[in-house]
Structure formats: C-alpha cells, structure tokens
Design a binder for this molecule. Structure first.
Ligand SMILES: Cc1ncc(COP(=O)(O)O)c(C=O)c1O
Length: 395
C-alpha cells in the first residue's frame, strides 16, 4: 500500500459526502503556520493581525483569533466579516484606502482603529472630531516611481500640522511591501524607510510591518526566510524603543503565509482528450471558482489524489468546465494516467482561492470544509443556481 492511499480514501469520502469541487482546509496546518510566524519575531509588544482579505472562512478566523491573532481589515466588508465571526472591534485594525463617509461611519461607529492612506483621508478623519488617534500608511518606495500607496514621507509635516490643529494624535506608521514577496532585502529596505520616517512622529506608539509574506508555490522555490526577517525586524524595533525611551509596539498583518498551504481544491476529472501531442484533462471546476495563474499570478500545483503510476511525459492541460478561452486550471503539467471520475487536487489555494472566486461564468461556488481534530466540518455550503441571481430584482 502506498503512503498516499489513506489520504486518497479520505479525499474520496469527502467528495462523496460534500460533492465536487470542494475546498478543503487543514486547521492544524493553519495553527502551525501561525505559531511559526509569531515565533519568528522575538520582540514584545508584538501584535499579529490576520489579513482576512485572503480567506474569510469563519472557522479559520475563529481559530486564529483563539490563538491570539487580531484581524487586519482591508475594507469595511473585511471588518464586517471579522465582527460577524465574533472578533471584538478592539482586535480589528483597518489599514486601507479611499474610505467614503459611509465607510468612516461604519468603522468609527465600531471604534475600529485606522491606518489612513492619504492626507485627504486624514482631513476627513480630523473633520469628524474630536481628537482621537490614528496611523498613516507610508509610501515606502521611491516617490519618483509610480505607487499609489500611502503618504509620501515629505507629506508628514503637513499631516502632523493637520493632526495637531484637530487634536488628533498620529500614533503609527504602516507599510506594505507588496503581496507574495519572498525577498528579505525588499522587506527590510521598506522597514528601514518606515523607521526613518517614524522619527518625525512625537506620539509614535506602533509600527505596522503590513503583510505580503510570500509562499513558494512552485516546487524548488525558496521560502521567505522568516526567522531571519523576524530577528532583523526585532533588532530594529529594540533600537527604536531604546531611542524613544519606551516600548514601541510592532504590528504585523500576515495573510497568505498563514493559510495558503493549508488549502486544496478537490476536483473531479470529467473527460480526457489526447491530440496533437497534448492531453486535455477536463474537470468539474472553472477559473471562476478558483483564481489561477492565467488570471492571478500564483501557480497552483495539480496532483492526482490517487495516482495510477508515474507522471506521463505528455504535456497536460487541465481545463475548466466552461468554454471561456482562458479557462485552464493549469497548463503543461505532468500527470499520471487519468480517467473520468478520478480526483485531482489543486494545492496551496487556502489564500486568495475561494476569496477571489466569483460568479463570472455562472458556475456556483464550491463548498468549503475544514478538517479539524479528525472531523470534517462543513463551513460554507455549496452555492446553487439561485445564489447566482440572488441580488437581482425585477424593475
Ligand atoms: C495593507 C495590507 N496588509 C496585509 C495584506 C495581506 O497580504 P498577504 O496576504 O500578501 O500577506 C494586504 C493584502 O491586500 C494588505 O493590503
């Protein structure tokens, strides 16, 4: 018996019970990722806010919160998802952009802390009075290069003046190095720019290193060296706190790195064609159900759940169940012999998988199951055709 067989039986039972395609998350893997991530930053006080944008699955949100994580909200909808999962408002940190008056009403009405993205947004916040405390997102790239993020360090004196006049305290700076980043040098260069800019803030209480910690999607890719990154950041925070004569809080907003590798999408083979030296394996899902390389850059490994022998030489494209010309789940794979009914697994889809699925192509979204302590918990029901039209009204 091969080592993979029990897992294959397990996947087959899940699909039998909950149908296909099916998102499956391994709760223990998420817990381990959170423990490894937090342990990599030997600094106190440090506060870790899971970036719910990449997967709002309530079971995963609750288990991360139970381990001590707060939530990073990118939009008011993110904050709503966190509140609905039972995360208290004082454990939600909003670091986002372009809030209109309704957004501000919603977030401030829940007393959610904000990192604002522009001087205009600081004016909007200040105009609401009285006082309060707020952070700013900082442009950590060369301001002469195109970037839409944050406040230019050169704008900080103006921001401080707006805040002073309104009795608002500017207590923090926030950076975002970009998503799926595996470069230590990139993170540290951004962090150093944030530390340098923070010297201007007399009321500084915290620095937020943002998210963007990458994962190796392709075999052979190097993972981000988190222990070194964490030590380097901690060293810089110690030096900053020593200069300030008080402990400055470190905030981090990991998303992808906590959940990506814990998720798979199980799909069923529907038909197999071979022609022109290629094999086309048709499956029962689509790029509308999971965002793939042709649509969003992460590549997802595809594996046969119960392989019948070694991978074949023939280049194989895994095709979706729509006629959309870009509906390929993967291209140029090496997969073993396959027949209708076989199961494939798209790996590493725990982040930005279900979250980026849509109704484009009108295939209802899959169900989500979390495997936790030996139990398969259905956490999101499979959508129906009715869900595709649920927001339409007859005019
Ligand atoms: C401000 C901010 N923080 C954190 C994240 C999470 O990023 P990641 O999943 O790449 O860690 C995002 C993603 O959009 C973000 O915009």
């Amino acid at each position: 018996m091969s080592a993979r067989e029990p897992m294959a039986d397990h996947a087959a039972r899940l699909v039998e019970h909950h149908g296909s395609p099916l998102y499956v998350y391994d709760a223990e893997r998420v817990r381990a990722a959170y423990r490894d991530f937090t342990a990599a930053f030997p600094y106190s006080p440090a506060d870790f806010h899971y970036a719910i944008v990449c997967n709002k699955n309530r079971h995963l949100v609750r288990l991360l919160h139970a381990l001590g994580a707060g939530i990073h909200a990118n939009t008011p909808g993110d904050a709503f998802a966190a509140l609905s999962a039972g995360v208290p408002p004082d454990r939600i940190l909003y670091s986002g952009t372009n809030l209109n008056a309704d957004d501000l009403d919603f977030l401030l009405g829940h007393r959610i802390r904000l990192n604002l993205d522009s001087v205009d947004q600081l004016r909007d916040f200040a105009a609401r009075g009285p006082g309060g405390a707020v952070g700013l997102r900082l442009l950590v790239d060369d301001p002469t290069r195109a970037s839409r993020i944050g406040v230019d360090p050169a704008e900080l004196p103006e921001a401080l003046e707006i805040a002073r006049a309104a009795g608002v305290r500017l207590i923090g700076l926030h950076m975002y190095a970009g998503t799926n980043n595996r470069s230590l040098a990139r993170f540290l260069a951004c962090f150093d720019r944030m530390v340098a800019a923070s010297e201007l803030l007399p009321d500084l209480e915290e620095l937020d290193a943002g998210g963007g910690f990458g994962v190796p999607y392709r075999p052979g890719q190097e993972p981000l060296d988190l222990p070194t990154l964490g030590r380097e950041v901690a060293g810089r925070m110690e030096a900053l706190s020593a200069r300030r004569g008080r402990r400055i809080r470190l905030v981090v907003e990991p998303g992808r790195v906590l959940v990506a590798e814990a998720g798979s999408l199980l799909v069923k083979v529907i038909s197999v064609k071979e022609r022109g030296g290629r094999r086309y394996v048709g499956v029962d899902t689509t790029v509308g159900n999971v965002v793939v390389e042709s649509v969003y850059y992460p590549h997802h490994r595809v594996e046969a759940v119960a392989p019948r022998g070694a991978p074949l030489e023939i280049p194989t494209d895994v095709c979706g169940n729509t006629t959309h010309s870009r509906d390929f789940l993967a291209r140029n794979c090496q997969l073993p012999r396959l027949a209708p009914g076989d199961l494939l697994a798209l790996r590493d889809v725990g982040a930005y998988g279900y979250a980026m699925s849509s109704h484009f192509l009108n295939r209802p979204r899959p169900a989500e199951v979390v495997m936790d302590q030996g139990q398969a918990l259905l956490t999101t029901r499979r959508e129906t055709f009715a869900d595709l039209l649920s927001t339409q009204v007859d005019a």
